[in-house]
Design a protein around this ligand. Structure first.
Ligand code: CA
Ligand code: CA
Length: 222
């Protein structure tokens, strides 16, 4: 009896929604140009429990997520409303002596961004000087395998280093990386990580080259 009543309420609910949608032209998804932020963290607050391998430190007077060397972080966002496209933006800080495409003892130094196991960035980065006689190129903004000058497409290039070149300007480079992808489903996982190479070290590898995030944002577009 109870089950039959629930069934009747359920079908009544479907009928009501159907009538409302018929009158108001119900749509799945968002309006064009609409952007709904479903997750954002600038790391100015508490230690982010929702981030796997998340930890905070200070850099250049602000709190950042980091720093990392040959490590991954991941954030999973649940209960996403209906959508077709998803936008991920990370503000990335690359500290100290990233060597870009150099090899085999100094590189390649790769940083990557995956969304639901789909690779969106897999590129080398270089903080090294570039002169006619000596230039350690990087692939970014292209994928690993290409050659661009160090710090190409960077947002800021004159920040101080963190460890090996602490307090020397020009040894942290900031990038704002934004990617839009087709996406369905009510859950998304964003992964950031690095695969860096540094042999014959006098100091620790994380002091030689590392990365942090100063912001991460996930939004739905369309
Ligand atoms: Ca290095
Ligand atoms: Ca290296």
């Amino acid at each position: 009896m109870k089950e039959r009543l629930m069934n009747r309420i359920g079908w009544y609910g479907v009928f009501v929604v159907g009538v409302i949608c018929g009158l108001n032209a119900c749509q799945e998804g968002l309006e064009p140009d609409e952007e709904v932020v479903v997750y954002e963290n600038d790391f100015s607050g508490e230690n982010p429990q929702e981030i796997r391998n998340g930890r905070l430190r200070s850099f250049d007077g602000t709190s950042v997520l980091g720093n990392y060397n040959n490590e991954e972080i991941a954030v999973q966002v649940d209960n996403l409303p209906s959508h077709k496209m998803l936008k991920v933006t990370v503000d990335l800080l690359l500290h100290d002596s990233w060597d870009g495409n150099a090899g085999p003892s100094g590189g390649p130094d790769i940083w990557y961004l995956n969304v639901d196991d789909q690779p969106l960035v897999n590129a080398t980065f270089s903080n090294q000087p570039c002169e006619s006689t000596w230039c350690l190129s990087q692939s970014y903004p292209d994928p690993y395998g290409r050659h661009n000058d160090p710090k190409t497409a960077a947002l800021e290039t004159e920040l101080p280093g963190l460890c090996q070149y602490a307090d020397s300007l020009g040894w942290t480079t900031k990038y704002s990386i934004s990617k839009i992808i087709r996406h369905k489903g009510d859950q998304v996982t964003v992964v950031c990580g690095d695969k860096t190479v540094q042999k014959h070290l006098n100091s620790s590898q994380i002091c030689d080259e590392s990365w942090s995030l100063s912001n991460i944002k996930v939004s739905l577009v369309e």
